[in-house]
Structures are given as structure tokens and as C-alpha cells.
Design a protein around this ligand. Structure first.
Ligand SMILES: [Cu+2]
Length: 651
């Protein structure tokens, strides 16, 4: 009896101790992004509206920032608590880029590439010289970006398409990357571009640009551009009949009718350059922006040669690790750091290896709630446990880690999941996820140094994006991965042993899951008419045009939502004060968001529309709740719920 007592209290003690250990363990050792990378905002003097269109440092470490409003600010000691601001230039037309060379600042305005210089040394530009000019129609979407200096001395500039309900090339070379010499000689370089804000050059001198989801662009991407390449948006092909054009592909060569993917069309059209990396929409940002090469291991950790990529809508920075297989770039994108204070559009290294982000939400809204600003991100020198990079193998993938892994967790096949999918290539806006398949992983192999694991995967398909999830993998020192998901774009399979199972083998997922909370035809027992008809539309800046709708309890409602904005929206009617949890749950749907139309399956959701593309309209039918109160309606497209919402008042 006594023995038993002692024993059970000893067990209890051990249990309590284990509980404390586990509780303490999960609280104190699960690291976050902020534990490695801290973000601070540059303090700004009153009256300075720093909608940063570009960032450049000069040789004395001053940060030069052209703003969307046409000024250029010179910021001395930008890394200090008390930076000083001088207005260096003004009167520019929406500059979106700056590069510094030999005492001169090269800036793309909407209609020209301009050189600014301070010749008399008084801290203000006294020379504004046109290097090269291009025509404009005045369309609001005619942004011009850059320049970026190529190592060979030329400047790269990109010209955004106009927007007239679709992306259009209304004047010369819109939708192109052009090269301009310091003497103002212009050469058209590559086309198929839609909204090419981000571009840069890697250590080998290869040029990459990033693209935003839109018409013809199923999701954001990053593409390696060589002379004469066509990246995917057909409008720029309007100018290929000119003698200067490096390619002769025509708009009518692109097929909008038969449902082929971009990769499939590239099998017949050699000028098509497939993205090196796709950024799955809403999972890896929503509006891919500026890119920056990681130049050394002092900047953000052991990622030299990889790229950081900003995202405007999600106020975050992602990381891209590329490899070349059979001469073609491909690779993986990982989340890196979120939580910037506004929409990240430009990235630049400071002289002290910290990362500067130039930001504006431009009235489009962003997860970071500030309207504009410059943030500074610094690494504390500790290496996070991350997937460093992923290599394609002839029959799977090798994942390389930044730290040795825990053998038991990494050899558990249940800790890995590989799903591949792709997007439509068509003139409508964006694309659902299509042809989604979960793959079978047959075997794992750990490297001798415990730094990488090889996954043997059945049925890989070229032209597809692979979602690689590694939840459960731990480092030798006991941490979870800081980010567990990667998206690898497979353009080429390396030579070697193939899996015995045919390409494309896997478990298919339905492209649309039926929701009984979306009723798009009038119920027959309504007798042909609803008690009340409601019309709802959109306003720019992530808003509905109406933010209060009154209805009678229990009445029948026909609600027509017309999306006349330039991005996708829906209407989800939810219980009172649940817009936030519903919107947040939608952001966590990952790859499944598409099949669920971004509507989480939860009781708080009462009714909803489809996710409507720009220009679409839909009517849903529902009965107003019997219980009076202020119900929420909200758009659950990731990031929109913060501002795009209203009240359905049931009386
Ligand atoms: Cu929306």
C-alpha cells in the first residue's frame, strides 16, 4: 500500500514535470520570423509623404527615394534614430525606380528615363536630363519601372500595359522590357509582360522579372528573360512587326480557346519562356513586386545567390532559390518575413547589409496598414531552421536544410506531402488552381551530414508547380521549421532513373466543391419573386459601394453582386462580429482555397457568392436570419476582409 502511494505520487510528479517541460518547450523554443529578422520603420518628418517608388544608396550612404508624387528625397543616416530628410528633386511624373551611378541618379518617370544631377553640390538636383522618352496615352495603368543597371552597362526599363478592362498595349513597346544606353539608344529586349514592377540581375548577369496575376497571368511568377523571349501576355506582340523587334511572334499565334496551359502552349511556341518560379496566388502573396539578389551570407543568413521578392498586397518578403536544369531555370519559393508596415514594392540593401523596403499601398490596400513608408529589416546573425533550397531529381526532390535535422522526424514519411497543380492560360483574369494531384512518396533518404533529405516521388509532371509540405520535421536541436511549405516549379526533370509509375499518377482533387450556402437560382417556393432585391458593387480601395443594408427578419432576399473592380471579390454573409475570424480562416486555406472558393467551411458563414472575377456579376438567394442584429458581410479574398466589409442589419 505504502509502496503504491509513493509510486503513484512519483508518477504524478513525473507527469507534472513532463507537462511543464512540454509547455515550456513549446512556448519558449518555437521561433518566429521576428526572432531572427527585426523590422523597424524609418521615422519621417511631418509633411513628407514617402510613397517610395524606388530606393538607391549613393557612395556616401545616403538613401535616395523618389516618390509616387514626383519628389526625390535624400535621407542622410537612414539607419539612425534621427535621419535627416532633404528634398533633392521634384516635379517628376510618378517615378517608379531609381539607380545610382557616378554621381547621377537615373529615374524612370511615366514617360521617360531621366538623369538627375547635383552639379553645384548644394544638395538639390540642378540638372534633369532626358535620356530616352516614350509615348503615353494618359491611361492610369501606364507605369514605367526602373532602371536597373546590367553589368554590361545598359539600363533595363519595363513598361506596364495600360488597362481598359483588360491589359492593352496602347503605345509603343508597352508590355516590354527595353534596354537603354546612357546615350539614349533603345533596344526592345523581351515582351509578354503585364505588370513588371520587379526585375533584377543575378551573379551570372541573367535577368529576371516578376509578374502579377491578371488577364493571361494565372498567378504571379518570376521569369528569366533573354532577348526575344515572350513571357505570356500577348498584348506586347502588337509591336513585333517593327524591324527593331527581336521576335516575330504575333498575337494571333496565341490560342485563347482550347484550354492549354502556358507550359503546354510553349511546347509548340518556342518563344514562350515559362516562369522559373510561380508564386501561388494568395499563398505566396497576391501582387509580386520588387526583387533583390542576396549578395552574401551576412545579409540574411546562408542564402547567397538566392532572391528576395516583395509582395505589395500582403506586405511581405518571400525567398526564391533557383537552380538550372538542362539550361533552364526553375526552383522554389518560400515565405520569408511578413509584417512590413505597408505594401512592399521595392527592395534595396543598405551599406550595413540591412534590407530596406520601399512601400506604398497606393489606395489599393495592403496587409500593412500604413499608407506608405520605408522599413528596415536586420538579421540578428542567428541561422533560422529553414529549407535552404530544393533540387529536382529524376524521380523526386532533394530538400536541403540550413541546420542538421532530427533523424527520426525527417525519416517519417507522414511528415511530407507533395501535391502538384497548375493554372489556366487565358484572357480572363487569374485562374483557379487546376489539375491538382496528391503524389505518392515512396522512400526517403537522409544525407550523411543530416543536412538534406531525398524524397522519392511517383508520377512527377513537368510544367507543374509542386507544393512540398514538411510539417513535423524538426532540427537536431529541437526546432520546427520556420516555414514548412515550399512551391517548386518543375520545368525540366533531370536525367536519371525514373520512377516506375507513369507521369501524372496521383490522387485528383475536385476543382470545385459544392457549397449549400451558395444558392444561385430562386427557390421555387418563393412564388417567383423575392421580398427584397439588393444590389451591391465595389469601390476602389477594397470597399463595397454600400456598407449598410437593411432587411426584414425572415424575409426572402435576392442579392446581386456586381464586381466592377479590377480584382476578384466575393460577398460572404456571416454571423454578427465574425468578419475577422471568417476572413482569417480564409487566409489559412492554402492550396485548397480554390476548390472551396475561398469560403471556409464554418458555422459562422451563413451565405456567400462565388469568387467573382472583374466584370462578373452573380445573384444569390437567401432568407434573412430570424434573429435581429447586425450581421457582417465581407470579402474573403485573402487580405480583403480588413477593409472590404459591411453590415447587414436585420430588423
Ligand atoms: Cu475582395
Amino acid at each position: 500500500m505504502t509502496f503504491k502511494m509513493v509510486n503513484s505520487s512519483a508518477i504524478a510528479t513525473v507527469l507534472i514535470w513532463l507537462f511543464l517541460l512540454t509547455a515550456g518547450y513549446s512556448q519558449s523554443t518555437e521561433p518566429t520570423e521576428a526572432d531572427y529578422y527585426s523590422i523597424s520603420s524609418l521615422p519621417m518628418p511631418d509633411g513628407v509623404i514617402l510613397e517610395a517608388g524606388g530606393l538607391a544608396f549613393n557612395e556616401v550612404g545616403q538613401l535616395m527615394v523618389p516618390t509616387r508624387r514626383g519628389e526625390v528625397w535624400q535621407i542622410t543616416n537612414p539607419g539612425s534614430d534621427n535621419p535627416s530628410f532633404t528634398r533633392f528633386g521634384q516635379g517628376l511624373h510618378e517615378p517608379l525606380g531609381i539607380a545610382y551611378r557616378d554621381g547621377g541618379y537615373y529615374i524612370s518617370q511615366r514617360g521617360e528615363l531621366t538623369l538627375l544631377k547635383d552639379q553645384n553640390g548644394n544638395g538639390m538636383a540642378d540638372t534633369y536630363r532626358t535620356i530616352y522618352r516614350w509615348p503615353l496615352t494618359g491611361n492610369y495603368h501606364e507605369y514605367s519601372y526602373g532602371p536597373v543597371f546590367h553589368p554590361d552597362g545598359d539600363m533595363l526599363v519595363t513598361l506596364n500595359l495600360s488597362w481598359i478592362g483588360y491589359g492593352a498595349s496602347l503605345t509603343d513597346w508597352r508590355g516590354w522590357m527595353i534596354r537603354v544606353t546612357e546615350d539614349g539608344e533603345m533596344t526592345p529586349f523581351a515582351t509578354g509582360l503585364r505588370s513588371p514592377l520587379g526585375f533584377g540581375v543575378n551573379a551570372e548577369g541573367d535577368i529576371f522579372y516578376t509578374e502579377n496575376e491578371g488577364d493571361w497571368i494565372g498567378s504571379g511568377w518570376m521569369t528569366h528573360l533573354e532577348k526575344g523571349d515572350f513571357a505570356g501576355h500577348p498584348e506586347g506582340l502588337r509591336w513585333t512587326d517593327r524591324p527593331e523587334s527581336p521576335l516575330d511572334l504575333r498575337i494571333e499565334d496565341i490560342d485563347d480557346s482550347d484550354g492549354l496551359t502556358l507550359y503546354e502552349q510553349s511546347q509548340n511556341i518556342p518563344q514562350i519562356k515559362n516562369p522559373a518560379v510561380w508564386f501561388p496566388h494568395t499563398i505566396m502573396g497576391i501582387s509580386t513586386a520588387g526583387i533583390l539578389l542576396i549578395e552574401n551570407d551576412e545579409q540574411v543568413g546562408p542564402f547567397e545567390g538566392q532572391f528576395l521578392v516583395g509582395d505589395q498586397g500582403h506586405s511581405k518578403v518571400m525567398r526564391v532559390a533557383l537552380e538550372k536544369v538542362q539550361g533552364v531555370y526553375q526552383g522554389a519559393v518560400f515565405s520569408f518575413r511578413e509584417g512590413f508596415s505597408s505594401g512592399v514594392i521595392q527592395l534595396e540593401w543598405g551599406p550595413d547589409n540591412t534590407l530596406y523596403t520601399g512601400m506604398t499601398n497606393r489606395g489599393w490596400g495592403s496587409t500593412g496598414q500604413e499608407h506608405y513608408g520605408v522599413d528596415r529589416m536586420s538579421w540578428n546573425g542567428e541561422i533560422p531552421f529553414e529549407m535552404h533550397s530544393i533540387q529536382a531529381e529524376s524521380n523526386g526532390f532533394t530538400i536541403n536544410f540550413t541546420k542538421p535535422v532530427d533523424q527520426q522526424s525527417v525519416m517519417d514519411i507522414n511528415n511530407f506531402r507533395v501535391t502538384d497543380f497548375t493554372y489556366n492560360y487565358h484572357s480572363s483574369y487569374g485562374s483557379p488552381v487546376r489539375d491538382q494531384q496528391t503524389k505518392t512518396i515512396t522512400r526517403l533518404e537522409l544525407s550523411d551530414d543530416f543536412m538534406s533529405v531525398r524524397l522519392y516521388v511517383d508520377g512527377l509532371r513537368t510544367g507543374f508547380i509542386n507544393e512540398i509540405r514538411t510539417e513535423g520535421v524538426r532540427s537536431e536541436d529541437g526546432n520546427s521549421l520556420l516555414h514548412t511549405d515550399a512551391y517548386y516549379t518543375l520545368n525540366r526533370l533531370p536525367e536519371g532513373e525514373r520512377s516506375a509509375v507513369a507521369d501524372g499518377a496521383g490522387v485528383e482533387r475536385a476543382e470545385r466543391e459544392v457549397s449549400e450556402k451558395k444558392i444561385t437560382s430562386m427557390p421555387e417556393d418563393w412564388g417567383g419573386e423575392a421580398d427584397q432585391r439588393i444590389e451591391l458593387s465595389t469601390e476602389p480601395g477594397l470597399q463595397y459601394d454600400v456598407d449598410l443594408i437593411n432587411v426584414q427578419a425572415g424575409s426572402t432576399i435576392a442579392l446581386t453582386f456586381e464586381n466592377d473592380d479590377d480584382m476578384a471579390h466575393n460577398v460572404v454573409i456571416a454571423l454578427p462580429e465574425t468578419a475577422d475570424p471568417v476572413g482569417e480562416a480564409a487566409m489559412r486555406l492554402g492550396l485548397d482555397a480554390d476548390a472551396l472558393e475561398y469560403v471556409p467551411r464554418m458555422d459562422e458563414v451563413l451565405y456567400h457568392t462565388s469568387m467573382l472575377q472583374p466584370g462578373q456579376s452573380e445573384t444569390i438567394y437567401f432568407r434573412a436570419p430570424e434573429e435581429t442584429g447586425d450581421y457582417d458581410y465581407v470579402c474573403t479574398f485573402p487580405g480583403h476582409h480588413i477593409s472590404m466589409r459591411g453590415i447587414l442589419r436585420v430588423e
